[in-house]
Structures are given as structure tokens and as C-alpha cells.
Ligand binder design. Structure first.
Ligand code: NAG
Ligand code: NAG
Ligand code: NAG
Length: 446
């Protein structure tokens, strides 16, 4: 009897601990982020720390065990000419169909040059697929090749559990589009150009170690996706290339971007409507326009973003450092935002909120106090931000009179002018601004 009791007791404990461990893995939404093993995930701050330690090992073990058995589907075996001059799109499409239809397979792009017209790598696919890009993919640079869809070059869509990696290069050959952009050539109508690499409606996605350069417009876009891990991206385009955002995040939940170096002609990272739980760590930006939340509320839209954390960034010679930008007349909110551990070097607007953005060319700007709505901005923390400002105003909060920014915290801030002079902070319409520790500059008007 005693033995039976003992057994029953042990069994109960076993069941309880099993349920407990399994349950705790399930309930934290962040733990559902798929993580491929990466030695640097630990500098992602506290948010992801425990999860990384526990589950990354399990997941990478699974991945590792499967890896050896994945079927390799080499684009060269499907007729790719790989001389960089002949269109290889058909070979890529055929190889992709094979990978997607069979599952348990890797699309292999060896170290050669491939010329590609716009391609959609669409799912749904059978499980376990990878894309290993070691070579260079060159975008066709005749805009008429993009007649069917002038907004995209390479698209991965509707795929679950996709892993893209390989150290190769995607070259958007964007020069033709830049020259014809209305920002460069005022005679041209303003038209959107292709995004080099788009992930649309993907779930459990990992993108690692790729060079993406000279995009026609945006370099990499994540949209309508969930549980995304991005690391080791090198994004590069000239400072004067128009609208060439580095990484663009829209309607995407649970995305972690880390260990990436981004220098372009526009935003380093832009996070827009419908994005939630976005974390960026160890990011180097410059040149370009810095890290931006927004713009939000354009064309009177209702936009919501929340749970954004930028932790660990070096920002050099950019127009903005960390920015929140919303249009007059919009609605919705940007909330629970943290900018931490950021080094600024000669940044024109290191810390900036512009809640009153308007384009005078399009319509007259509303008078302060007459706003009917605004994208509300609340709970924003700036912590451990230091370095230099290229302008006298290192901190600028330009918030709406009727819908002030709420709960802004500045903690351990040390920003001076590039030449060494003291910098200023200009603050309009901030409700509950708090300072913790050393904060310089402080608002002259609160
Ligand atoms: C930060 O990212 C850079 C560039 O990818 C990388 O070389 C470096 O090792 C990363 N630092 C840490 C602490 O992971
Ligand atoms: C700082 O930035 C300004 C404006 O962007 C530029 O003119 C200046 O040369 C830069 N200074 C240094 C030391 O890089
Ligand atoms: C800010 O810096 C201090 C001192 O280096 C450090 O103790 C603290 O953890 C940092 N804060 C964050 C959020 O990393």
C-alpha cells in the first residue's frame, strides 16, 4: 500500500511538472517566436532572454537533426545559366515548385551570378523548407519587366516555417528607379518602385546572413507576418538613393531584428501600422534617416502600433536618430515604446517625436488646438542615449495641443552638439514628462 501511494505520488508530481513546463512554454506569446540557433541572441535584452536559453537549443537541435536529411534542390540543375546576363527566373521558379511541393527540402543557390525578373515564391508549401543563397541575385533593371507588379522584385508569401540564409547577395540594381524618382527628377510623376525582398503572410520565419543592396525602393519588407527572427543582414545603398528604407515592418507581430548593419538613403528601420512586439537589437545605422516608428495616420487612416523596443544601436550621420512620426488628421495610437542603449554620432535630430506632421504642399496644416483627431502617443521611454547632435536641438517633442503625448520618460540621456556645445530640448504638449538620473538636455518648455 505504501509503495502504491509512493508511486501514485511520484506520478502526480510528474504530471504536474509536465503540465507546468509545457504550459509555461505555451502561454508566453513571445515564446512562440521561432529561433534558429544564433550565438548572439542573448544580447536581445530581458524580453527574450529566458526563451532564448530554453527553447533556442531545442529548436536548433530539431533543425540540425533535420538538416542533414533535407533534399537539396539546386537551381543549376533546373537550367540556370548563372552568368548574370541571362534571365534565370524560370529555373528558380521550377526549383521552387519542387521545394515547395515536396517539403523537407532546401532551395540551393550556389556561388554564382544569377539574373532574376520579379518572382513570387508562394506557399503554402509542405513543411520544412529552406532557402540557401550563397551566390548573387541581380535584379532585372528594365522597369518594363515589372509591368505585372511594379511594387515587388522577390516575394516569399504564405509560407510557414521558412528559413532563408546563406551569406549571399541580393542586388536590386536600383539606379534606373532612383534616377526616375520624383524626388530626384521633379518632372517625373511620383510612383512607387519595387521592394527588393518581401515576406508576406509568413509565419515562423527566420532570415539570416544576407547582403541586400541597391534596392529599387525598400530593401526588405515584412508584412502580415508573425514570429519572425531576422539577423545578420547587411543593407547598403547610397545616401542619395530615394526611399530606400532598410527594413520595413508592417502588420507584423513578434519580430526580432538583430545584429544588422544598415546604410541607405531613407529609414534604417521603419515600423508602421499594425505592428506589435517588435524588437531591434545591435543595429548599426547610417547613412540614412534613422529608426522610425511611422509615419502613421497618413490620409486620415487609423493606425496602431505597440510594444516596440530598440535596444542597442549605433546611429551615425543620419537625419534622425529615433523618431516617432504621425500625420495630422490620423487616429489610432503608438504606445509602449522603448529606445534603450543608443549611441548617436552627428545625428541631425537624435530624439524626435513629430505628432503634427503635415505636408503644406498637399493641404494647409491644421491650426494648433483645432485637431479633430490624432494618432495618440503614449508610454515612451528613452534610456541610456548618448552622443552628438548635428543640430542644436537634440531632443524635440512636437506633440498635438489637443492630444498631447502622454507619459514620456527620459532616463540617462547625454546629448551634446557635434562641436561640443550644449544642445537644446524643445518640448511642446507633453503630458507627464519624467526625468530619471542624468538627463541633458532637458526641456526648456514643458
Ligand atoms: C552586433 O552586430 C555586428 C554586425 O552584425 C556583429 O559583428 C557583432 O558581433 C554583434 N555584436 C554582438 C554583441 O552580438
Ligand atoms: C555632421 O553632419 C553634418 C550635417 O549632416 C555635416 O555637414 C558634417 O560634415 C558632419 N560632421 C562630421 C564631423 O561628420
Ligand atoms: C542603462 O545603463 C545602465 C548603466 O550602464 C545599466 O545599468 C542599465 O541596465 C541600462 N539600462 C538598460 C535598459 O539596459
Amino acid at each position: 500500500m505504501a509503495l502504491l501511494k509512493h508511486l501514485l505520488f511520484s506520478f502526480t508530481i510528474f504530471i504536474i511538472s509536465f503540465v507546468f513546463c509545457y504550459g509555461s512554454l505555451q502561454e508566453d506569446p513571445l515564446t512562440s517566436i521561432y529561433v534558429h540557433h544564433s550565438p548572439s541572441v542573448d544580447d536581445g535584452g530581458t524580453l527574450f532572454k529566458n526563451f532564448n536559453k530554453q527553447s533556442a537549443n531545442v529548436l536548433s537541435l530539431n533543425r540540425f537533426e533535420k538538416r542533414g536529411s533535407l533534399k537539396k534542390v539546386n537551381v543549376n540543375d533546373y537550367g540556370a545559366k548563372r552568368n548574370g546576363d541571362t534571365d534565370d527566373s524560370e529555373a528558380f521558379k521550377k526549383a521552387w515548385d519542387e521545394v515547395c511541393d515536396s517539403g523537407e527540402a532546401i532551395l540551393v543557390v550556389p556561388k554564382d551570378n544569377y539574373l532574376l525578373k520579379p518572382i513570387r515564391f508562394s506557399g503554402p508549401c509542405k513543411p520544412n523548407i529552406e532557402v540557401q543563397i550563397s551566390g548573387t541575385l541581380e535584379a532585372a533593371d528594365d522597369p518594363s519587366d515589372y509591368d505585372e507588379d511594379s511594387r515587388h522584385w522577390l516575394v516569399f508569401d504564405k509560407i510557414k516555417n521558412l528559413y532563408v540564409y546563406g551569406g549571399g547577395t541580393l542586388d536590386g540594381n536600383g539606379k534606373v528607379w532612383w534616377e526616375n524618382s520624383c524626388k530626384k527628377n521633379k518632372k517625373q510623376p511620383c510612383k512607387d518602385a519595387p521592394t527588393a525582398l518581401t515576406f508576406d503572410s509568413c509565419e515562423d520565419l527566420t532570415v539570416e546572413n544576407l547582403n541586400i543592396e541597391n534596392a529599387q525602393q525598400i530593401h526588405v519588407s515584412f508584412q502580415d507576418s508573425e514570429n519572425v527572427k531576422v539577423s545578420g543582414l547587411n543593407v547598403n545603398a547610397p545616401e542619395d538613393s530615394p526611399n530606400t528604407d532598410g527594413i520595413h515592418v508592417t502588420k507584423t507581430k513578434n519580430i526580432q531584428i538583430s545584429d544588422s548593419v544598415i546604410g541607405t538613403g531613407d529609414d534604417c528601420i521603419s515600423i508602421v501600422h499594425g505592428s506589435k512586439n517588435v524588437e531591434a537589437t545591435n543595429i548599426t545605422c547610417g547613412p540614412g534617416h534613422g529608426i522610425s516608428i511611422g509615419s502613421l495616420g497618413a490620409g486620415k487612416s487609423k493606425d496602431v502600433v505597440s510594444g516596440i523596443k530598440v535596444n542597442g544601436a549605433k546611429i551615425f550621420g543620419t537625419k534622425n536618430g529615433v523618431r516617432i512620426k504621425t500625420w495630422q488628421g490620423g487616429s489610432g495610437s503608438a504606445s509602449d515604446i522603448k529606445f534603450q542603449n543608443i549611441e548617436m554620432n552627428n545625428v541631425t535630430n537624435p530624439i524626435i517625436i513629430n505628432q503634427n506632421y503635415c505636408d503644406k504642399k498637399k493641404r494647409p496644416c491644421q491650426k494648433a488646438g483645432s485637431e479633430k483627431s490624432a494618432v495618440e502617443i503614449k508610454n515612451v521611454v528613452y534610456e541610456n542615449i548618448s552622443g552628438t547632435s548635428a543640430s542644436e536641438v537634440a531632443v524635440k517633442f512636437d506633440c498635438s495641443e489637443k492630444f498631447p503625448c502622454q507619459k514620456i520618460k527620459l532616463q540617462n540621456i547625454d546629448l551634446a552638439c557635434e562641436g561640443g556645445d550644449d544642445a537644446e530640448a524643445l518640448c511642446n504638449n507633453v503630458d507627464k514628462l519624467s526625468y530619471i538620473g542624468h538627463v541633458k538636455p532637458r526641456c526648456s518648455k514643458e
